[in-house]
Each structure stands twice: as structure tokens, then as C-alpha cells.
Design a protein around this ligand. Structure first.
Ligand code: GTP
Ligand code: MG
Length: 290
């Protein structure tokens, strides 16, 4: 089966695959190595990995270097990506910069787990953007999940509190919290995340907490610094790589895991509820290399 992630990586793959195929037919000239280097930089896999791959292409010319590259890439990602919920009830806190896909991903995630049979509550804890609640309301209706919101307060921690109390009362399995977009350099907003985490820690410690950052894959390398800073405030358990459809920059998966130990858990491959899948390391590498 050709899956979404393979299709989504089409733009990344076309350049890379045709170049690798061309190079594997003969000994590689310095000029061609430069072309390969350029193509690799475009995919945003990061400086270290580009150098490693160029070394492989130089050391194993013509026959078999593509295989070596595949093995190298495989060794740099977790073997499996387990998205089973380990302990119920659980919270997924969705954080990230403005427009990175938090609300859409919260909805997709709710639909994903609802389809697996879990009882899901969505919490609209974005009190900044005017239409944020409406947007999540439409999504929750489509996904047929419960939604907790409160348009009267500007304090997201109080909505989180209400949401978790309601989830407790309803015996919800999973609470997915959509938060406001924030720039990692804005201390006040980042401290607001601290407050949400403190409430969970103090009053709802019977919930298992996982925090996920949404990263817009079209942004490329800058998402690494986003993840690094958010990680200091909320101990990220994983990333959701959004907008993988139509970008050639899907490579941040590697530096994210190797530098920050943050695994990509899910990928967004479109704007629909179902344009979402668990990150499959092997399919991802196949998607990149063809
Ligand atoms: N093509 C594509 N578009 C996406 C994907 N995920 C989100 N989007 C679009 O990106 C835009 C922003 O998505 P939101 O979910 O509103 O992002 P957000 O992080 O909640 O934004 P703020 O709340 O304003 O910070 C919307 O137009 C979404 O439809 C994806 O995987 N693929
Ligand atoms: Mg939003």
C-alpha cells in the first residue's frame, strides 16, 4: 500500500531519488557530490547528517551507496513509533508557535483515538485568538468528540481545570488540550504553560501527561529551536510534524531526534480530519529515498 506519508514526501523525493539514481550508475565527480549536498540541504536533514551522507557517497561510489545511506538514516531514527496509550486517563497537551497546526492536529488526534475506541474530550484552552473556540467547535462536531470551553475567561489554566474535572466526571480516557500559539521567546506566554502544567501536576496527577509540539515542516530548520525552547517549559514527549504535504523540507525529523531526543509521533498530510497518520520511520525513509 502506498500510504499518505509516501505521497506527502513526493516533493522531497523527486529531487533526491533522481539524483541518487543518476549517481549510482557511475563514479561520482566532485561536481555531482556538490549537487547532492545541495539537494540534501534543501530537505533540511541538518548539517551533520548532510556531511555524513556525502562521506558515504564518497566512500562507497557507484554500487551500493544508496543502501548504505538508507541504513545510516535507519540507524538515526527510533525503530518503532509506539502511539498506544500506556496509562488511562491521559492528557495530550498540544503546544507550538502560531499557525503551526495545533488546533487542526488536536482535532485530528481526537479523531484518531476516537476511532480506536477511546472516549475523548477536547479542551479549547486558546483564549487569545478570537475564533479559536469556534474553530475547535466545528472540528469537535466533525470528529464527534466532547468539547470543553469557556469564552468568559482569559485564563487558559482555568479552562484546563474545568476540562479535566469534566473528563473526570465523564470518565473520559483521553483529554486533548489545544493551546494558544506562542513564540518561544515570549516569557509571559511560556510561563502560562508552566501554570497549566502546575495545575495538572497538583490537582490532576492521576492523569498521565504527554506534551506534543506541532512543528510546521515548511519552516525547516527553525523548528529545531522552537522545539528546544518549548522543551524547557513543558518537557516534550514528541512532535507532530504538520503540513508535510507539498514541502521538500521534511528532513527535520533527524536533527529533532538526534539533537533533542524528541521523536516525531504523528504527521499531518493535509487539512482534513483524516489527513493524519502515525509516523512510520521506515515509510518515512522510503518516502525520502524512493
Ligand atoms: N496542508 C496542510 N495544512 C495544514 C495541516 N495542518 C494544519 N494546516 C493548516 O494550517 C493552518 C493553521 O492551522 P491551525 O490548526 O489553525 O494552527 P494553530 O497552530 O492552531 O494556529 P494558531 O491557533 O493561530 O496559533 C490552517 O489553515 C490549517 O488548515 C497539514 O498537515 N497540511
Ligand atoms: Mg489554534
Amino acid at each position: 500500500m502506498i500510504n499518505n506519508i509516501f505521497n506527502a514526501l513526493k516533493t522531497s523525493r523527486i529531487g533526491m531519488k533522481s539524483l541518487l539514481d543518476r549517481l549510482s550508475k557511475k563514479n561520482i565527480s566532485d561536481n555531482e557530490l556538490e549537487q547532492l549536498e545541495e539537494q540534501l540541504f534543501l530537505s533540511d536533514i541538518g548539517y551533520d547528517l548532510v556531511n555524513k551522507i556525502i562521506d558515504i557517497a564518497r566512500t562507497y561510489p557507484a554500487d551500493g551507496f544508496k543502501d548504505k545511506i538508507r541504513k545510516e538514516l535507519q540507524s538515526l531514527l527510533p525503530k518503532l513509533n509506539d502511539v498506544n496509550i500506556e496509562k488511562l486517563p491521559t492528557i495530550n497537551l498540544i503546544v507550538g508557535v502560531n499557525g503551526s497546526g495545533k488546533t487542526t492536529s488536536a482535532a485530528k488526534l481526537s479523531y484518531f483515538y476516537k476511532s480506536l475506541g477511546y472516549d475523548v474530550t477536547l479542551v479549547a484552552a486558546d483564549t487569545y485568538r478570537a475564533a479559536a473556540v469556534e474553530q475547535l467547535k466545528i472540528w469537535s462536531e466533525k470528529a464527534k468528540t466532547k468539547l470543553v470551553y469557556n469564552k468568559k475567561t482569559k485564563d487558559p489554566a482555568s479552562i484546563v481545570f474545568d476540562g479535566l474535572e469534566s473528563a473526570d466526571a465523564n470518565k473520559s480516557d483521553l483529554v486533548i488540550i489545544d493551546t494558544a500559539g506562542r513564540i518561544q521567546t515570549n516569557k509571559n506566554l511560556m510561563q502560562e504553560l508552566d501554570k497549566i502544567n502546575r495545575i495538572i501536576d497538583k490537582r490532576f496527577s492521576h492523569f498521565d501527561l504527554s506534551s506534543f509540539i506541532t512543528l510546521d515542516s515548511t519552516v525547516g530548520q527553525n523548528t529545531i529551536s522552537q522545539a528546544k525552547e518549548f522543551n524547557e517549559y513543558c518537557n516534550l514527549d514528541g512532535a507532530i510534524l504538520t503540513k508535510l504535504d507539498g514541502t521538500a523540507k521534511g528532513g527535520v525529523v533527524f536533527p529533532l531526534f538526534n539533537q533533542l531526543k524528541i521523536p516525531v509521533k504523528f504527521v499531518g498530510v493535509g487539512e482534513k480530519l483524516t489527513d493524519f497518520e502515525t509516523f512510520d520511520p521506515e515509510a518515512y525513509i522510503n518516502g525520502l529515498l524512493g
